[in-house]
Design a protein around this ligand. Structure first.
Ligand SMILES: [Zn+2]
Length: 503
């Protein structure tokens, strides 16, 4: 009997020792992460300010120093072995927040091994520099194309070293979408829009009395959607409209540490909303003459950061290192904000259009909505295809995908492979389609909860903050969407919203 009791006590003591060890290890881990994250946040703030300089005061810009600091931090051996070690036994971490911090660090460090690799970083910097001044035609397209292909191949090679099939697979695992989810998503959207989009193209051909469908024909449909989907003839200036729209749903703009300014930005850049310090400082610059929905989009990025209440920098969603957050959800929150200006009652109040005209325009947007969906499928898939087949002619990739997704079979429109987007924001474009779907779903929930006039209900603020902003990146994007709207991304409801016949 004594022997048995002795054994039980020994096992019990052993368990306490193991548990204490585990606890103290967790404590140690926490301490190291606290230090690393305060460093991470300081560099993020510095880089945010440098980008602000880039867009507003190009005389005095230093992007290189903060980028080098990031490189040193993210390549730190101690940090890497600590995170890789804990990621391998993540289920042992009892504190959910701590586990999430490790997981996020892991994703960031994986991606950093690619993007902060010496050769890749150098090539990125070179391309960014050359593309910025390419307007002056100092660099010929062929040499830029050659560099871009080299960058794609290097990104692929590094991803393979990390155990992925290619850079696309790595990126989609890190950005929270998942590669399988994404490919299924694209296939479904393609099939579900097939009937309506084919009909739209055939009707256009019939109306115009043309045999073939050119890219310019497609572009007209896309513009019909875009122009009728966004508000027109808004009564007040943009900044006043932002203030009033936010105020109507409970956000007091004047009390927010937010700055919005208008300035001429380089070609191709519409607006840049920068969370310099989360949750304490947001700044946005929007190029001259853009519409209110762009202002509200940038402000939406600000709201997400300004109402983040998580206090662990790695979970706050700083945008500077890939892997730090779900980019589709960040764009979804920006579009959720822009969507207020697409609301029927908002337009009745703030535009010089009567109900009948607004209704007709909404109908026009619906009629052409498949062109918008197909456009983003085409744009995202052509970049994916480029990474999957970097040796294939990019012109041929574009042509094949224009045929498939846009049904264009004549007068194709080709774009150069080397672009700032592909260099600095690789594999990002699908986010704009998913963002429209997230915004649509959130607004359907808002209408459900707060009624038809929800754009003028101050309780909307606490709904948005509680469900989507306050917990930062602690929950993944699917969980956040489900928390706020009661379900995952609803493809069919989205298609129904635009009255797309997908049966
Ligand atoms: Zn955005």
């Amino acid at each position: 009997m004594n022997y048995v009791i002795n054994c039980v006590i020994r096992v019990f003591l052993l368990l306490i020792i193991i548990q204490n060890n585990a606890l103290s290890n967790e404590e140690k881990l926490k301490k190291i992460l606290d230090t690393m994250e305060s460093r991470y946040e300081m560099i993020s703030n510095e880089l945010g300010n440098s980008y602000w300089d880039l867009y507003t005061n190009s005389e005095n810009v230093n992007l290189n120093t903060p980028k080098q600091k990031f490189k040193i931090l993210l390549m730190n051996d101690t940090l890497n072995s600590l995170i890789y070690n804990w990621q391998g036994k993540i289920e042992l971490i009892k504190d959910g927040l701590l586990a999430k911090r490790v997981e996020t660090w892991y994703r960031i460090l994986q991606m950093a091994k690619v993007e902060y690799d010496d050769e890749i970083m150098q090539l990125r910097n070179e391309l960014e520099h050359k593309l910025k001044v390419s307007n002056e035609e100092l660099f010929d397209e062929e040499s830029l194309e050659h560099l871009m292909i080299k960058l794609a191949k290097l990104r692929n090679r590094k991803s393979i070293e990390l155990g992925y099939d290619n850079y696309v697979e790595l990126t989609f695992e890190v950005n929270g979408l998942g590669y399988d989810w994404f490919t299924n998503f694209v296939d479904s959207m393609y099939l579900l829009t097939d009937k309506d989009y084919t009909k739209l193209v055939n009707n256009t051909k019939h109306k115009k009395d043309i045999e073939t469908f050119a890219y310019s024909d497609f572009n007209e449909l896309f513009l019909l959607f875009y122009n009728s989907n966004n508000p027109d003839k808004v009564k007040a200036n943009n900044i006043d409209m932002v203030k009033e729209t936010l105020n109507n749903i409970g956000f007091e703009f004047d009390s927010l540490p937010a700055l919005l300014i208008e300035k001429q930005l380089p070609a191709g850049i519409g607006g840049q909303g920068l969370m310099i310090n989360i949750p304490n400082e947001f700044k946005a610059v929007i190029t001259n003459g853009l519409d209110i929905h762009i202002w509200m989009h940038e402000m939406g990025h600000g709201l997400q950061g300004l109402f983040c209440d998580i206090n662990y920098p790695i979970l706050e969603g700083y945008e500077w290192v890939p892997g730090s957050g779900a980019t589709c959800f960040a764009e979804g929150m920006a579009e959720t904000s822009a969507y207020f200006t697409r609301n029927f009652e908002w337009q009745v109040k703030y535009t010089n259009q009567d109900r009948k005209l607004i209704f007709e325009k909404k109908q026009e947007a619906k009629n052409n909505s498949t062109a918008f969906i197909r456009y983003w499928l085409y744009k995202s898939m052509r970049e994916v295809e480029f990474y999957l087949n970097p040796d294939k002619s990019y012109q041929l990739i574009q042509e094949e995908l224009m045929r498939k997704y846009l049904l264009v079979d004549n007068e194709f429109k080709y774009e150069p492979i080397a672009s700032m987007r592909y260099v600095s924001y690789p594999l990002y474009l699908q986010n704009y389609l998913i963002a429209d779907m997230i915004a649509c779903q959130v607004h359907a929930s808002l209408e459900n909860i707060f009624g038809h006039n929800y754009c003028f209900n101050k309780k909307v603020k606490s709904y948005l903050v509680k469900n989507f902003y306050s917990t930062g990146e602690y929950y993944n994007w699917k969980e956040r969407l489900e928390k706020g709207t009661g379900s995952k991304l609803k493809i069919k409801s989205y298609l129904n919203h635009y009255e797309i016949n997908c049966d």
